[in-house]
Design a protein around this ligand. Structure first.
Ligand SMILES: C[S@@+](CC[C@H](N)C(=O)[O-])C[C@H]1O[C@@H](n2cnc3c(N)ncnc32)[C@H](O)[C@@H]1O
Length: 273
């Protein structure tokens, strides 16, 4: 099953609405907010920075960037028109924010237009992330900064034992929702190959011990994937959903994903002597 995020516009409108809700719910999660705060703190925003948020979805990070000290303007781009429309609605009133429909691999901007380019949970969904990184390099000014935040989604787990059936749901969800679950492991090499230097890479753990939040939604989406493929029937689907909620009620639910952040510079132009 292909990654749903790779072509959101191909999905029916109910699914597009659901995914928009997933992004906003994740964006509102306190722990996810702290992770993004740590990521943004790793990027040195100079005064009057022009920032590009690639694969902005509903604009969770874009709105946050708009209010950040030093940021003059933010443009969010995404290949999904419905998400861009939602992003515009949610950012209404923010004067330094604009959104455009665009493919990360063919950005509609001139060379060296931005001081900072960020990708939040985008590159692992893009077939051809090297092309997206090359475009980021092109639109950054010399000395400009790249920031990437993404999940090391192969680490996503809710397993309490070796043969935990809920883990099958997480695995099914990740297979249907991420193009390259190990992209962050190849990211430093990809970024260097584009010409960036001064790389810094950090790992961030996201753990959920009470359940009911993002990781429960991951289990539920995995159940839906297995049900829609006919791999499980309604009884098993209901039982899996009930088991996840039993763990939440019993206080035994556990979920974890490792995320990673990377920052790098486009080299400053060499002085002409
Ligand atoms: C998991 S969502 C992350 C959205 C947002 N950055 C966030 O963290 O809330 C991945 C986003 O990447 C977008 N996307 C996928 N492929 C893309 C491409 N080739 N060009 C631009 N955006 C793309 C999807 O439409 C989706 O909004």
């Amino acid at each position: 099953m292909p990654d749903v995020w790779a072509d959101v516009s191909a999905l029916d409108s109910a699914m597009q609405d659901r995914l928009a809700g997933v992004l906003e719910d994740r964006g509102a999660d306190a722990q996810q907010r702290v992770l993004r705060e740590t990521f943004l703190a790793e990027i040195a925003f100079e005064m009057d920075a022009r920032v590009l948020d690639v694969g902005c979805g509903t604009g969770v990070l874009t709105r946050r960037l708009a209010g950040r000290p030093g940021v003059a303007s933010v443009v969010g781009v995404d290949s999904a028109p419905t998400l861009v429309e939602r992003a515009r609605e949610l950012a209404a009133g923010l004067e330094n924010v604009a959104f455009e429909v665009a493919d990360a691999r063919a950005l509609p901007f001139g060379d060296e237009e931005f001081d900072v380019v960020v990708f939040d949970s985008t590159l692992s969904h893009v077939p051809g992330p090297d092309a997206a990184l090359a475009e980021a390099f092109r639109v950054l000014r010399p000395g400009g900064r790249l920031g990437v935040f993404d999940g090391d989604y192969a680490t996503a787990t809710v397993a309490l034992g070796d043969h935990d059936p809920l883990q099958r749901c997480v695995d099914a969800m990740m297979a249907a929702s991420v193009t390259d679950r190990r992209l962050v492991r190849r990211l430093p090499a990809l970024v260097r190959a584009c010409g960036f230097d001064d790389l810094s890479f950090s790992s961030h753990g996201f753990a959920e011990i009470s359940g009911g939040g993002y990781m429960l939604s991951v289990v539920d989406r995995g159940v839906d994937v297995l049900r829609s493929r006919g791999e499980i029937g309604e009884d098993v689907a209901s039982a899996l959903e009930a088991e996840a909620r039993r763990r939440v009620a019993a206080g035994t639910f556990f979920g974890h994903i490792a995320y990673a952040s990377l920052t790098a510079h486009k080299p400053a132009r060499a002085a002409i002597v």
